[in-house]
Design a protein around this ligand. Structure first.
Ligand code: GLN
Ligand code: ZN
Length: 748
């Protein structure tokens, strides 16, 4: 007898727990705790999720969406792709797993990188020609059995074989992990057989990589992989879940295979609907319609969603309603937020509320008669800011255009009088336990405002004195007052709201609490000027003002869905523009506007990238375009493989750009030269992601490579990112080596 898919489902659910229980349990284990305690917390969390989903009357419930660290890492284990360098350590399974995630003394961790264009990070599988794939269904089977024991029938979820390999990196040159697809499909066949033998009726295989541009060969390979899996004689029914955008030609390709269900993101990929309509008969296949946005926090417009669902229902025999992607990307429960503005609260839905929406939509599509909640009233008038709107409407291209670079460079040098190869840092200095403690005490009301400000001023003074003593040329105040480079601005700008418990997993045990942009953005008062002015008052050397750029602020927040991102970005940019002017008026001569997220928000498909880069670059230029030619604008980017964004980086028109380069051995400089970049550049020559102190000679060698490409009056000497996660001993030692190397090169 065949079990239908069900009416309503989610592609995945947050696993961190409503109070970040998983974070605490995992970190306690890392700190020397016992595995059994971690295991207990984990199984309690899993049971809670399954019971919650069942009680909400979701009728197709996923499992194997729990993870101690990351679902790609779990999938690597499930297919036997544990690199030998970790197997060799001879650790327990759990410790091998955490060694892959976090590294051990003898072995660096696997690489961590962004999951598509989200703020989630996955561990990059290392696949070589010799990787010995072998099915290890243990975790998926255990979760399935665990749920079954609670009376919940589930659908195990795995990352699909094509996406797994497309996101992997080769273990050596001259090899493409995707070449191993046939082998890996055989291993997936073993996994599917093992699941079938355990009574699993449906399995979910995620193939989000096909929401990005793929070659015809990669699409053919997808078709052939699922044809092979579909033709297995012993297997569960297969649900291929796709998300994050339009599938393009991969949609008809998947429909040409025997898979029983196909999931489409109809929020981020509206074109999927048109392609589905043009795809011809769908047979007995289930279409799983991703109608509820899994990546943003707004309530679904149920009437529009039902209309879309009805179109799908007209095309397919079976329709199930789902979230557009896993709910991993949103906070757990809106009910925990008791301090939000009621007008905002009623517009929001977190994971738990989104499950209710999915269930309601599933019912409405089946019965046609479900009573829907009243539509929302229009947003409160006070969320609109007419003065910001009229400023935006009056902008002209001149507002995004500074003087010519040669004029600016001359005016800046006349004012700053910097030596060749000027030295600086990226902004933050170590966030010591003591500093974090002071911030927590202040938040809890045990340290008053005056006491807190005094503590922070003392820290700024300490950081300034240290930099003077080391001999840096352009100083920073050290950012002791900042919890997070986006949250800090979100807390001070109109149009933003902060949550109390809205945690979202960023990677492993790291969770972030993104602010929510709900209204027009405006600056209520200067945000950083007092700190900068104070820092500058302590020294005769220039102190860099430090701001987070508009694109990064948007990328690390939940954004408005009721206006184009470009407009929200320009509103943020105007607030930053005013801040730049005020910094300038307070005597600050160098201002850095960080844009580490510029590249990670790049749309997955090339066709959408041009428009994105236009508005994102435009917003940066609006933020920085209001200062005098003699004020030096820096920007900082956290990566070195610019690829498709390299011309955009030039277009930012910053006077100085600092970038990550220590791991790419300065190759980035050649790339910049190729496109004709001719302004200041600071290739990070100390990899701050590791506690290792780079030696003078090593830094000197890197600098000499750089000097061969960039003249010394445009080449800056700096670490590759902020120092907040480092300790003072390494910082002092590394900076003093860095400065010694620069001095030596200056004097020849
Ligand atoms: N100015 C920030 C810092 O130094 C930049 C951080 C970042 O690029 N992520 O911490
Ligand atoms: Zn950085």
């Amino acid at each position: 007898m065949s079990t239908p898919f069900g009416q309503s489902t989610v592609l995945g659910y947050p696993r961190i727990g409503a109070n970040r229980e998983l974070k605490r349990a995992v970190e306690a284990y890392w700190a020397g705790g016992i595995a059994a305690a971690l295991d207990r917390t984990a199984s309690t969390l899993r049971a809670q999720v399954w019971q919650e989903l069942r009680n909400a009357r979701l009728d197709a419930i996923p499992s194997n969406t729990f993870s101690y660290y990351d679902q790609m890492l779990d999938t690597a284990v499930a297919v036997g792709a544990v690199p030998d360098r970790f197997r060799r350590l001879g650790l327990s399974d759990l410790d091998t797993y955490f060694a892959m995630a976090r590294g051990v003394d003898a072995e660096p961790a696997m690489e961590l990188t962004k999951w598509f264009d989200t703020n989630y990070h996955y561990l990059v599988p290392e696949i070589g020609p010799d990787t010995a794939f072998a099915a290890d269904p243990g975790k998926a089977l255990a979760e399935y059995a665990e749920a079954a024991a609670l009376g919940v029938t589930t659908r195990p979820v795995l990352v699909g074989p094509a996406t797994f390999l497309l996101l992997a990196k080769p273990t050596g040159p001259g090899h493409d992990p995707f070449d191993r697809l046939d082998d890996l499909v055989r291993t997936y066949a073993d996994l599917l057989r093992a699941l079938a033998d355990a009574g699993v009726e449906w399995v979910q295989l995620d193939e989000p990589a096909y929401a990005a541009d793929r070659t015809p060969a990669q699409i053919d390979a997808l078709r052939s992989a699922y044809t092979k899996l579909g033709e297995l004689d012993r297997r569960p029914k297969i649900f291929v879940a796709t998300y994050f955008g339009d599938l393009g030609d991969a949609l008809p390709a998947l429909l040409g295979t025997p898979v029983e269900a196909l999931g489409l993101d109809l929020v981020a990929g509206p074109d999927n609907l048109r392609r589905l309509a043009g795809a011809g008969p769908l047979g007995g296949r289930t279409i799983v319609a991703g109608l509820v946005d899994g990546r943003n926090v707004w309530r679904t417009d149920l009437r529009t969603a039902i209309a879309t669902g009805a179109v799908v229902a007209g095309l397919a025999d079976h329709v199930a309603v789902s979230t557009s992607c896993s709910l991993l990307h949103v906070p757990v429960d809106l009910a925990a937020e008791t301090r939000l503005d009621p007008a905002l609260h009623e517009r929001l839905a977190f994971a738990r509320q989104k499950v209710e929406e999915v269930v309601l939509l599933g019912r409405a599509l089946r019965d046609g008669s479900t009573r829907l909640p009243q539509p929302l009233p229009p947003p409160p008038a006070c969320w609109r800011d007419e003065s910001v709107r009229s400023r935006l409407a009056a902008l002209t291209p001149a507002d995004r255009q500074r003087g010519s670079y040669p004029d600016r460079a001359a005016a800046q040098q006349a004012r700053l009088n910097l030596p060749p190869l000027p030295t600086t840092t990226i902004g933050s200095f170590p966030q010591t336990a003591e500093l974090r403690h002071a911030r927590a005490e202040h938040r809890a009301g045990r340290l008053d405002d005056a006491g807190y400000a005094a503590r922070m001023r003392a820290e700024v003074e300490h950081v300034i004195r240290l930099q003077e003593r080391l001999g840096l040329d352009v100083l920073v105040h050290g950012e002791p007052e900042r919890n997070d480079m986006v949250q800090y601005f979100g807390e001070q700008l109109a149009g933003f709201a902060a949550t109390e418990h809205g945690w979202v997993q960023s990677y492993g045990s790291r969770c972030v609490r993104p602010p929510i942009i709900h209204g027009d953005v405006a600056r209520k008062a200067p945000m950083t000027v007092d700190w900068a002015r104070y820092a500058q008052s302590l020294t005769s050397r220039p102190v860099k003002g430090m701001l987070t750029g508009p694109v990064t602020i948007l990328a690390w927040s939940f954004v408005r869905a009721d206006q184009p991102l470009a407009d929200t970005a320009d509103q943020v940019a105007l607030a930053l523009r005013d801040e730049c002017r005020d910094l300038e008026a307070a005597g600050i001569t160098v201002i850095q506007v960080d844009e580490p997220a510029l590249r990670e928000t790049l749309p997955l498909r090339a066709a959408d990238q041009k428009a994105y880069l236009e508005w994102s670059v435009g917003a940066f230029r609006l933020a920085t375009g209001g200062v005098a030619d003699s004020t030096q604008i820096h920007t900082h980017l956290c990566y070195s493989e610019f690829g498709e964004v390299i011309t955009a980086i030039d277009a930012l028109d910053a006077d100085v750009t600092s970038i990550e380069a220590s791991r790419s051995r300065m190759e980035v400089l050649d790339d910049l030269k190729t496109i004709g970049y001719a302004r200041g550049v600071g290739p990070g020559i100390w990899d701050i992601h590791s506690p290792r102190v780079p030696g003078r000679d090593e830094i000197g060698a890197a600098l000499r490579r750089a000097v061969a490409v960039v003249p010394t009056d445009r080449l800056w000497v700096n670490p590759d990112c902020g120092l907040k996660t480092r300790g003072y001993p390494e910082v002092e030692a590394s900076l003093s080596n860095l400065i010694a190397a620069a001095t030596k090169l200056r004097t020849g």
